[in-house]
Design a protein around this ligand. Structure first.
Ligand code: PRP
Length: 210
């Protein structure tokens, strides 16, 4: 049997995801060793895990370097990669929101200035409302933009709401709920169907509902 390549998102979400794989019998003890290796194999299960930047998981899966992976719905909505979404894992839950300073009042006469990493999500959201916007693409710490008056609002992920609160910002609108999804490469879904279907079914069995 060929190895199944699995792209895991580096960080807290990745740890949770890996625990789910462990639970269904696809553990890989070497992954627990604290070192800086990025790729781990389990000969017995024929799985090969690698840690990638969360926003890159879909790229590895789309190109077939990974057969499956776990990626946030935010990335799927933003980049629309040509991959299959197999399962909502019900973890990494947050929402994509519009947020602004607590003193913000929208003036529909003026072009709205929007700071975000999620340019396509923001554009689609405001296009639906017929609202004129000007996007300021940033790569992180988006919250700073409205505080310094560079933009009127941000479109960003809100999880606990702490970042907004501690910066005197508040949610103006919720755009879409986000959670982690199991995704698969299209060709792998044909050629490694058995292995992928097995993992999908087993993961579905360990999803924790709230
Ligand atoms: C995300 C997001 C917010 C924060 C929200 O940032 O962009 O800044 O988490 O979480 P909270 O509602 O629980 O406070 P991330 O840590 O991914 O870093 P970033 O600033 O580089 O986007």
């Amino acid at each position: 049997m060929e190895y199944l390549n699995i792209a895991l998102p580096k960080g807290r979400l990745g740890e949770k995801v890996y625990e789910m794989f462990e639970k269904i019998g696809y553990g890989c003890p070497a992954i627990r060793e604290k070192n800086r290796s990025l790729i781990f194999e389990n000969e017995e299960n024929k799985v090969r895990y690698f840690w990638s930047k969360p926003s890159d998981v879909a790229i590895y899966v789309e190109r077939g370097a990974a057969d499956i992976g776990i990626v946030g719905k935010d990335i799927l909505l933003e980049y629309e990669p040509d991959i299959y979404e197999l399962l909502d894992l019900n973890i990494g839950k947050c929402r994509m929101c519009v947020a602004a300073k607590t003193t913000f009042r929208d003036n529909p006469e003026k072009t709205l200035r929007v700071a975000t990493k999620f340019v396509n999500i923001a554009r689609a959201h405001y296009a639906k409302k017929g609202r004129d916007i000007e996007i300021c693409k940033l790569n992180g710490s988006i919250e700073i933009a409205p505080i310094l008056g560079m933009t009127d609002v941000i479109v960003d992920i809100v999880e606990t709401g702490t970042t907004l609160k501690e910066n005197n910002l508040e949610v103006v609108e919720s755009i879409v709920p986000i959670s982690a999804r199991l995704v698969a490469n299209k060709a792998s879904t044909k050629f490694k169907n058995q292995q992928i279907a097995d993992i999908r079914r087993k993961l579905a069995g360990v999803i924790e509902n709230d």
